[in-house]
Design a protein around this ligand. Sequence first.
Ligand code: SF4
Length: 701
Amino acid sequence: MASGNGYSGKILKVDLTTGKFETILTEKYKSWGGGHGIGSALFFDLCEDKTIKGTDPGNVVTIMASPLSGTLAPSVAGRCEVQGIGIQAYPIGWFTRSNFGGRFSTQLKFAGWDGIVLMGKSPKQVWLNIINGEVKLQDATDLWGLNTRETQEEIWASVEPSKKDNDWTNLGQSRDSGRTTQRPAVLTTGPNAERFGPMAALIHDAGNGAGQGGFGGVFASKNLKAVSVLGTGGVAIADPKALMAARLWSNSYSFAGHHDDPAEYVGLTSFGSTPGKPLAPMQDTPEGVKSRPQGCVGCIRSCRGRTDTGQGNESQCVDFFWYDAHDVKAHGKITDAAPRATDAIQLSGVNAFAVEAATLWLEQLYNKGILGKGKAIDSNLPFDKFGSGEWAEAFINCIITQTDIGKELCKGVAQAALAWGRLEIDTTSGILPLQEWGLPQHYDARTEVEWGYGSLMGERDINEHDFNWHVYWTPTIAGLFGVEPAVSAQRLAEIFAKKMIPYNDPMAINYSDEGIYSESMAKTVAWHRHYTRFYKQAMGFCDWGWADFVNPYGPEHEGMTSVGENKFINAVIGGNMTFAEGMEVGRRIWNLDRAIWILQGRHRDIEKFTEYNYTTGAQPGMTTYEAPYTMPVFENNEWSYKSVAGRILDRQKSEDWKTLFFKVEGWDVKSGWPTRETLEKLDLANVADALEKAGKLGASA
Ligand code: SF4
């Protein structure tokens, strides 16, 4: 990779224990790309004991931008990656990641930093104030109990005491030495987040959240309330003309380039979707409430909404999904209950996805007479008002104040189930669908296996829709509307095979009963792990815009993926990296992550889904989504879309699939541990040494 361009060149290392700051030169870590790659490498180098808990002061947390942050790269420039040992997964809090959008990563770059490393634990409650190259830890005693909005407003007022909206702030002495109209970009925890740590998210602005992993609780365990950054610099671009050309080229793949002739496309896409229609029923705002598209920095996909009431601003998908269906069930339509519920989690800094799973489960426990006033699980929550804003706010309040059922739920959903003696029974029946690692099922491992296997081979719900929009949602929605999908199953398989460099497997998206256990599916999962580790999590390509496999505006519905990503990367950082080379960096990052999990205790023997996946059939509505699973299958020598609902995973075949996957990755099939040969080929001899020292290096075949 070329030097300098796209990178600020410096990473800020903060020792919270001593209050000292150091600068790490980005140059040393550039081979990892940025974002997640550099974050993993920094964690590996700086976290001395990787077996500690996430709340241990020895935990190292990284907040990383990418070289594309703050540039014109669309659906890329505004993302920011957070990593460290998490506290949400159960029973082991894996080294994990989360990601959020908005303008934080841009401000970080404009301030002259590629990322932040947080180490140790402050002796008192503090917040981190970064203004260009000036860095301070400031007292947070008065902020500690504030909600996310109050905290940000206090920090804004502290950093820019006399600023009014749209005013310029002059940070330098002379006219052109640094001015901005921006408020500081603040990443904050909710009130007293250490008390509901595993459920605690990090929130930036109104609704950008890093929810997974419990990083709000990890921040609080370090006595850190928030990080604020304000910058007045810029980002050097290797080839500005090429960047502008790439941006204009991508315009033809977006709604923005087709205002006058929007595609009629039944189903969901990524980059080509309609702005301001964030898939979730945010588009169905309460009657009389107007909403317009809102995006992270540089994004023309602009998937979120901004309402004229201010409710639910910047919130997306599960932020709203967690309660909207309950609102509709109670009232026959979206009322202000759903946006009130959305704002309750954003203001409290509570993980929306964990809350959604808990809510579905609690409803069932209440209906079964297990939960409620005087019941086995005693609760005074007003379940007779379930679906109302009042219930949602009371529920979130009980988590953040550790009252009522919040006394247990504040420790996490799996931990609450354990405390109530329900973990085994409810994850066996499936009424509590914690799919793997004690984390809520998102998409169903029994049907959309690339999602399930990806999460199981990793450490968290992957939350990566690269396949999902096209292999599940589009054929399923088309089926519900009684129309043919715009792209046939055969054409879909061709598009995926063409773009999934280097495997290019024609059976990559065969979700038939045989296909899900095949070597092709092992390659698909491997491709997905490598692609997302580099392109999405290291370089910042947003999950709601990329990968762009199928695009309603592309030639014969082909999207930009395998061509577009590197147009932007090369324009910003220079050089001529191919798509395959980026995939290889992704494989390297994935292997490093794998090594960290192995040091934490990972072995193939514990890589199993929760019991219900092997014993009960996948049914619409059983867990999160009500829509049936219709997916591409290759059966009887032809491609078709078919319902795969009702499927149960075969235990032995799943084990055999893992063996195939480990072979594809070049790992020891008995343990699932990488071999020295594989790691050295990836220039990771030091990682092989660390595994060997721990007695955890995979045996070569
Ligand atoms: S697609 Fe949505 S979440 Fe992604 S960068 Fe754009 S506005 Fe942000």
